[in-house]
Design a protein around this ligand. Structure first.
Ligand code: NAD
Length: 475
């Protein structure tokens, strides 16, 4: 196995390891410390802001063809380094190497997409009533403060960097302190691809202090955050003080409607694979299963069989099909939700407790007959827990699916074309999968409605969110 790399802050092209406060990085599969991470001081953050200010002026003046070449080279370097980066991500975050390898490819895809889409940032020309011409242009918003979580330690940083850099912005990224080396590997690829050093910085620190410091700076023009709804709301209030633009990709509690005319085998196979990917720590993970009466028992049984067949273990072991949770605090969170569901009369069909060993293991879990009042029906579990209940008819299903303040992803399985159309329109979500769980990709907008956030990453909308509009009228 590749050794876990040294960790550092990356500011203005300098690798900073010095005499700093530090936090421990743990391997989720063993619970043991694998490295210590330097945390940025206020002076480090000021240096990063200064570099981002300078970097923005350099990068916005760089012809789009050159920006595009750097992003395309970054994609190629990530692909070349796939095995090394995947092993690092698995070690620090827990996911299987197969999942981490796929994540490297997703990250490369995001850079490649941004490299192409950056060349299509168009404006328009107006013929005014006076006969004169005016032009409407799109410009990069400015330096962006971006905050990425630990669940996709490679792809989350890649999403933040690719759109911002494609649009011509500079970035200060704070990745999650739990999974720092993956983000540093993405940043390394950018510098090796020729990105001017001042354009992208990586800092770690106390999340609250660090985000307050960056958001308060007049240098920062946009905030991009992926994480929980509560932290998103807090950051939005901080951003309001400087009237800063925001993109928030927050939590979800994705409903899955399985109608009695659905292809049951397909619905079970797709949703079970998607549910236990990354030990359920995915914001679009299918979680609240509403299954029509006639097929409910068959669906629960077939799904639980898939869940129970997982090999739980260290993500670095090729035999493992589901790794541990990324951090220790997720275990009491799972315990509380499962116990509360039991107390509300739910049936634990499979799993429901910690896995063996010192790592942060939670068994793939299926809870059936879960009443609406149970906490897990209302709070995002962000773990390997599938929650099932019955529905009667279309209206009942839609009412239950749309009941929560979340609106990120939603899924439906049906054999009826009419119903597919109607359900797609009725579900309150930023992404809807009908007879599929594949709702993400470099070319398609990823984002939520309601309390799941606003703005999009990926797709043309991802680049658009890093641009501002200017109208230039000439007399
Ligand atoms: P959390 O809210 O404490 O942290 C989530 C992320 O936000 C972490 O990366 C953390 O470093 C960062 N963060 C926390 N406070 C911050 C602040 N004041 N300023 C800037 N960044 C800050 O939650 P957690 O315990 O790490 O994860 C559990 C919850 O987070 C889940 O229930 C889920 O809702 C949410 N989450 C969502 C996503 C997503 O993809 N939308 C990813 C990870 C976590």
């Amino acid at each position: 196995m590749n050794p876990y790399p040294d960790l550092y802050l990356a500011i203005d092209g300098e690798v900073i390891r010095g005499d700093h406060d530090r936090s421990a990085v743990l391997a989720p599969a063993t619970g043991k410390e694998i490295a210590s991470l330097p945390l940025a001081s206020a002076a480090d953050l000021d240096r990063a802001l200064d570099a981002a200010d300078r970097g923005f002026r350099i990068w916005r003046a760089t012809p789009v063809e050159e920006r595009s070449v750097v992003l395309r080279r970054t994609a190629a370097l990530l692909r070349e380094r796939k095995d090394i980066i995947a092993a690092i991500a698995s070690h620090e975050q827990g996911k299987t190497v197969a999942e981490a390898s796929a994540e490297v490819m997703m990250a490369a895809g995001s850079f490649e997409w941004a490299a192409e889409e950056a060349r299509r940032i168009y404006g328009r020309m107006l013929v005014r009533p006076s006969g004169r011409r005016s032009i409407v242009t799109k410009e990069p918003v400015g330096p962006i403060a971006a905050f990425a979580p630990w669940n996709f330690p490679i792809d989350n940083p890649a999403r933040k960097f690719s759109a911002a850099l494609g649009a011509g912005c500079s970035v200060i990224l704070k990745p999650a302190e739990e999974s720092p080396a993956s983000a540093l590997a993405v940043h390394r690829a950018l510098l090796d691809a020729g990105l001017p050093a001042a354009v992208a910085q990586i800092v770690f620190g106390d999340p609250d202090k660090l985000s307050r410091h960056l958001i308060a700076s007049p240098v920062i023009r946009q905030i991009s955050f992926t994480g929980s709804v509560s932290v998103g709301k807090h950051l939005m209030k901080l951003a309001a003080d400087g009237m800063k633009r925001t993109t928030f990709e927050l939590g979800g509690h994705a409903p899955v409607l399985v109608f009695d005319d659905a292809d049951l085998e397909k619905a079970v196979t797709m949703t079970a694979a998607s549910k236990y990917r990354n030990a359920g720590q995915v914001c679009i993970s299918p979680t609240r299963f509403y299954v029509q009466d006639a097929i409910y028992e068959r669906f629960v049984e077939a799904f639980a069989q898939k869940a129970g067949s997982h090999v739980l273990g260290d993500g670095l072991d090729p035999a493992t099909t589901m790794g541990p949770m990324a951090n220790a605090r997720r275990l009491p969170a799972m315990e509380r939700l499962v116990e509360d569901a039991r107390a509300h009369g739910a049936r634990v069909v499979t799993g429901g407790s910690r896995g063996d060993g010192d790592g942060f293991f939670w068994q793939p879990t299926v809870l059936a007959d879960v009443p609406m009042q149970a906490a897990v029906m209302n709070e995002e579990p962000f773990g390997p827990v599938a929650v099932m209940t019955r529905f009667r008819d279309f209206d009942d299903a839609i009412t239950q699916a749309n009941r929560l303040p979340y609106g990120l992803a939603a899924y439906a399985f049906t054999g009826s074309a009419d119903r597919a159309l109607a359900v797609g329109e009725a579900l309150e979500a930023g992404m809807v999968g009908i007879n599929t769980t594949m709702v993400a990709g470099a070319d398609t907008p990823f984002g939520g409605v309601k309390e799941s956030g606003h703005g999009s990453e990926e797709g043309p909308e991802g680049i658009e969110s890093c641009l501002v509009t200017k109208a230039i009228h000439q007399g």
